[in-house]
Design a protein around this ligand. Structure first.
Ligand SMILES: [Zn+2]
Length: 117
């Protein structure tokens, strides 16, 4: 009974469409659990996409105070914010804008970002 087999194949295809999706970046067909709801990019491709140096968790931030010449090292942006020099969000924006100097609104001193790892 060929029509039953065809029907069965169509059902399987439709079901697989509901449970699998092709990622538009790596082009691999993966189960829906590998995708965030409503996304056409799988989680691992999204993770790679989003982990530009700006978003990645910082391990070390080295900053020189131009005003007094001192150099400070911070573990991360949280640590930096606690130092009362600059807020995390402003620091993130400065990194995004590719600038390497900023003036602290809090203590009015000028800073140079030496390195961010
Ligand atoms: Zn992918």
């Amino acid at each position: 009974m060929p029509h039953l087999k065809e029907n069965h194949n169509k059902k399987t295809r439709d079901y697989n469409l509901l449970t699998e999706r092709e990622c538009k970046i790596c082009n691999k067909t993966k189960p829906m659990s590998k995708f965030r709801r409503g996304y056409k990019t799988c989680r691992s491709c999204q993770y790679i996409n989003n982990s530009s140096p700006t978003y990645r968790q910082k391990k070390e931030i080295k900053i020189k105070c131009i005003t007094d010449g001192s150099i400070s090292v911070y573990k991360n942006t949280m640590d930096l914010e606690k130092s009362n020099i600059i807020s995390r969000s402003r620091f993130r924006n400065i990194l995004k804008s590719k600038k390497n100097t900023f003036k602290s609104y809090k203590n009015k001193m000028e800073y140079l970002i030496i390195s961010v790892l």
